[in-house]
Design a protein around this ligand. Structure first.
Ligand SMILES: Nc1nc2c(c(=O)[nH]1)N[C@H]1C(S)=C(S)[C@@H](COP(=O)(O)O)O[C@H]1N2
Ligand SMILES: [Mo]
Length: 202
């Protein structure tokens, strides 16, 4: 037996339990953006860690490259029902960013990720810790393509992929759970694919 969509390349045992309900595997890497791909110049690139309106720490591209890097191979799950196996990423964990900013723990329970295209998405701070989230700059060993969020995107693979903000420019810690772009349009505040948390109320 083999997993549908993989022409028997992977034995079913290797993917057992990895496909969330209502999803199917794809070999493609679809591009889903609310608007056009913004041009982000690495020389002007800044990434900020904020608490409410206050900037705790900011990095230039060069400074960010010098941070300890983490590699992860993970499955990703889009709410439009495609999932992709074993995607390979490199970047800086949110744990590392907090440590670099001198924080031993998240200062508030919620985070709003902001992107240069005006996109935003909210994530509980706990979902970004324990090595589970990266600010990723490499995909498959190469600089992340602009359509997929390059130069840098948030990667929170255990939540639906709309939580993985492309062209990410800031992580803002917030006291309240503030809805982002899709959450304001009816999507779930957390978005766990294994609990099928697609829409608010799921
Ligand atoms: N800045 C930004 N990030 C974004 C989006 C967007 O429109 N703008 N779309 C989200 C959605 S709905 C999905 S499914 C994924 C798609 O990522 P991909 O295009 O790399 O597959 O990015 C998410 N991150
Ligand atoms: Mo999406």
């Amino acid at each position: 037996m083999s997993t549908r969509g993989f022409g028997g390349r992977r034995p079913a045992a290797a993917t057992a339990g990895r496909l969330p309900p209502g999803q199917s595997w794809t070999d493609d890497f679809p591009v889903l953006s609310a608007g056009p791909t913004p041009a982000v110049d690495r020389t002007a690139w800044r990434f900020e860690l904020k608490v409410g309106p206050r900037t705790l720490r900011a990095w230039t591209w060069e400074e960010f490259q010098a941070l300890p890097q983490t590699q992860r191979v993970v499955d990703i799950h889009c709410v439009t029902t495609w999932s992709k196996l074993d995607t390979a990423w490199q970047g800086v964990t949110v744990d590392e960013l907090l440590a670099q900013a001198g924080l031993a723990a998240p200062p508030t329970p919620f985070v709003l990720a902001h992107s240069v295209d005006g996109y935003s998405t909210n994530v509980p701070a706990a979902d970004l810790l324990g090595g589970r989230a990266l600010v990723a700059t490499l995909y498959d060993g190469r600089p992340l393509a602009p359509d997929h969020g390059g130069p840098a995107r948030l990667l929170v693979p255990h939540l639906y992929f709309w939580k993985s903000a492309k062209w990410v420019s800031a992580l803002q810690f917030t006291t309240r759970d503030e809805a982002g772009f899709w959450e304001l349009r009816g999507y779930h505040m957390r978005g766990d694919p294994f609990l099928e948390q697609r829409y608010s109320g799921d």
